[in-house]
Ligand binder design. Structure first.
Ligand SMILES: *Cc1c(COP(=O)(O)O)cnc(C)c1O
Length: 401
């Protein structure tokens, strides 16, 4: 639970992001450790029966039990809150735990969600299967069409849920336009900011109420741990905290400690990965074996202007369509010696995936076609290797087509 902004200047503006990423949230113990301490303890001891009673009743703040809070987790929460320009942040065991906690903390049976139809696969499953069973229903609409969001609103709509840019086609939702529509009707807006991170996009500044992270991706950035977070006004994150402390999917202290170290290099990594991605996208677009490139940093992207306004750069995810179909796309994948064949993203190591047969393999071919996920489509999550080596690796397969 963060007081990050009190310590780091009104609205977090007093320090630059790279400073906040390294300094915000740190609390030193009596030992004066320079690096953040890892508190591996599941519970905390009280000085007296009266102190225990005050802590349990909430009359006095302080740690009680690690399902409620832990000092290492609190440092991570304060640091991420400072970076997002949020009043508060609560950490969760994974990105999915953050999404589930947000919905179950703020919605109840009978409530309705309007969500983008190009969300992360597990989020779609969560909304359409698990939450639907609890009586919370979802209407999925086109990410890029604010009028469709407005038309889907019902009296019982409580939440707009979006993820921009989307995976794998990098569609951009106009966060400001959607928050204007939602605000007029008292609907909360939650943005999954996994792909951009606060380094490239600040949804709260654009009017969103809650920002959600899979910390597993760029915040760790080195493929080590699972984690998640929800950032926003304290009165909204307090509800998420109440849900978490009872339901249990809290972040482990060890993972929080790894994530604190991940955040310290977030700006360097994300900017360098995005610069690599921009170069790779430009090269792919000019390649004779490539039919089309999806990258918000290219002027050919249908929402280039909006992306320029809303994001600091195009980010580090590049998708492209090779000429031909599945056979040709698989040829590129199978000739990679450097790129990792995995659906994970946000890592220093560049990854490549064929969405139609992996992340989007279980949806029907018709639904895939409707979503624009063709057989020739490949998605690359660009890491920190030399672009020259990444190009050479892709060229090995492209030359075979
Ligand atoms: C990975 C991912 C999630 C889920 O996060 P986990 O940490 O794997 O639970 C949610 N949203 C997006 C955009 C993701 O890429």
């Amino acid at each position: 639970m963060a007081g990050a902004l009190e310590k780091f200047g009104a609205e977090g503006a007093a320090y630059q992001p790279e400073t906040l990423a390294i300094r915000a949230g740190q609390e030193r113990s009596q030992f004066g450790e320079h690096a953040e301490a890892l508190y591996l303890t599941s519970s905390f001891v009280f000085k007296s029966a009266a102190e225990a009673a005050r802590r349990f009743s909430g009359e006095e703040t302080g740690n009680v039990y690690a399902r409620f809070s832990n000092p290492t987790v609190s440092m991570f929460e304060e640091r991420l809150a400072a970076l997002e320009g949020a009043e508060a942040c609560v950490a969760t065991a994974s990105g999915m735990a953050a999404i589930m906690a947000t919905v179950l903390a703020h919605l109840k049976q009978g409530d309705h969600i309007v969500a983008s139809n190009s969300l992360f696969g597990a989020t779609v499953q969560l909304f359409s299967n698990i939450l639907a069973r609890t009586g919370i229903t979802t209407t999925f609409v086109a990410q890029t069409d604010p009028a469709a969001w407005e038309a889907a609103i019902r009296p019982e709509t409580k939440l707009f849920f979006l993820e921009t840019p989307s995976n794998p086609l990098t569609e951009i939702a106009d966060i400001r336009a959607l928050t204007v529509i939602a605000k007029a009707r008292g609907i909360l807006v939650a943005v999954d900011n996994c792909f951009c991170t606060p380094i490239l996009q600040k949804p709260l500044e654009l009017g969103a109420d809650l920002v959600i992270h899979s910390a597993t991706k760029y915040l760790d950035g080195q493929g080590r741990v699972l984690g998640g977070a929800v950032c926003g006004a304290k009165k909204l994150t307090d509800e998420v905290f109440k849900y978490l402390r009872t339901a249990g999917p809290t972040l482990s202290a060890f993972n929080a400690w790894v994530l604190l170290k991940g955040l310290e290099t977030l700006k360097l990594r994300v900017e360098a990965q995005a610069a690599n991605a921009a170069q790779l996208a430009t090269w792919l677009e000019a390649h004779p074996k490539v039919e089309r490139v999806y990258y918000p940093g290219l002027p050919s992207h249908p929402q280039y202007e909006l992306a320029q306004r809303q994001q600091k750069s195009g980010g580090a995810i590049v998708s492209f369509v090779v000429k031909g179909g599945r056979e040709q796309a698989w040829t590129v994948v199978d000739h990679c010696q450097l790129l990792s064949i995995t659906a994970n993203l946000g890592d220093t190591k560049t990854t490549i995936t064929h969405p139609a047969s992996t992340t989007h393999g279980r949806i029907t071919p018709e639904a895939r076609a409707a979503a624009g996920i063709g057989e020739g489509l490949l998605r690359i999550a660009v890491g920190l290797e030399s672009v020259l080596d990444l190009q050479a690796d892709l060229e090995r397969g492209l030359a075979q087509i």
